[in-house]
Design a binder for this molecule. Structure first.
Ligand code: SF4
Ligand code: SF4
Length: 324
């Protein structure tokens, strides 16, 4: 497959989600401007609940424990369900094909690889330690959120700050304080030098989705008889997986990007497969990831689990009262 096709497959899907996310953020900002009397009314987009993962996970665990579904930012729970489902079914399919934050840092990693002419790697020991820290942080954060008592989680959903915390986060990003700029610059530079450091070492949600994806029924499978041992799959893998030594890629770092399959010069040596048996065309992987994502969203819309129950005027009152 040509480079153009490779770029088309991954670049189009990820860039599409990234631009959609930017559009949603712009819409939320226009809603905020309306609330503070500086613009015309614009509908508040629900999907921006993804900006507040801690609150969304608290609501998610509350739902699991009690069956109570958040009515303030219900889309946050749906986004988590979508991320968990695509991560389990398609090896961190959310990280590899949907997450807009990952797309940005992956772009810097790609740029670094182009400039250096190779996929940068940390020494193996340091890489293992840093990856281990990421899983520990993920386990600690999620355990802490899961253990929040039911009464406290319900109270948290009722405070005005929770309803507008996505706007608060967006306003901090838009105003680009020096600390945000410094952190973003550090991640961008480190991603260019060492590959996508955010997704590989820092993002706690990536740790959770990677652990879940290790049990995925869909994996990249290598046929040792057709493999010509060229090592190109290992060389291209941004996640540092030694694909050319494996039979089936279960590594939690694999995000199902399909770069190795596309790069492989030996027909049939490397294929995405379901339960290691049924091969699928490489383009079907992202189609299924996006299809599952859209199906979950559509089901939430149809069953009334997507839109907030908070009226726009109440959001406006919260924004003005909190002085955001
Ligand atoms: S290149 Fe292959 S092994 Fe590496 S992350 Fe992508 S799909 Fe997984
Ligand atoms: S790129 Fe294909 S042929 Fe080359 S080592 Fe990997 S699986 Fe084997």
């Amino acid at each position: 497959m040509t480079t153009a096709k490779k770029l088309n497959l991954r670049f189009v899907v990820r860039t599409g989600f990234l631009f959609y996310f930017i559009y949603l953020c712009a819409k939320l900002w226009m809603f905020y401007l309306w609330a503070v009397g500086e613009g015309a009314y614009v509908d508040r987009p629900e999907a921006v609940a993804g900006l507040i993962p801690v609150g969304a996970y608290m609501s998610f665990f509350l739902w699991l424990k009690t069956g109570f579904f958040d009515v303030v930012a219900p889309a946050g729970i749906i986004i988590i369900v979508g991320a968990l489902a695509t991560s389990f079914l398609f090896k961190r399919g959310f990280c590899g094909w949907i997450c807009p934050v990952g797309a940005v840092w992956h772009g810097f990693g790609w740029l670094g690889r182009r400039l250096q002419g190779r996929t940068p790697r940390l020494p193996r020991g340091l890489d293992l330690v840093l990856r281990g820290v990421r899983y520990l942080i993920a386990a600690a954060v999620l355990t802490w959120i899961a253990m929040v008592p039911v009464a406290e989680a319900i109270s948290f959903q009722q405070i005005p700050y929770y309803a507008v915390s996505d706007i608060k986060i967006l306003s901090l990003l838009v105003r680009l304080g020096p600390i945000y700029l410094a952190v973003a610059g550090l991640i961008a530079v480190s991603s260019m030098l060492l590959g996508n450091t955010w997704c590989r070492y820092l993002c706690p949600l990536g740790g959770l989705y990677g652990a879940i994806g290790a049990a995925s029924p869909c994996t990249v499978v290598r046929d040792a008889e057709k493999c010509i041992d060229c090592g190109k799959c290992t060389e291209i893998c941004h996640a540092g997986v030694k694909v050319d030594t494996l039979v089936s890629v279960h590594a939690p770092e694999c995000d199902g990007c399909q770069d190795c399959v596309i790069e492989c010069p030996a027909p049939g040596a490397l294929e995405p497969r379901i339960f290691g048996r049924w091969a699928m065309p490489v383009w079907l992987w992202p189609v299924l990831v996006v299809g599952v994502w859209i199906a979950i969203y559509a089901a939430a819309e149809l069953t009334g689990h997507w839109d907030t129950a908070v009226p726009p005027e109440l959001f406006k009152a919260y924004i003005l009262n909190l002085g955001i």
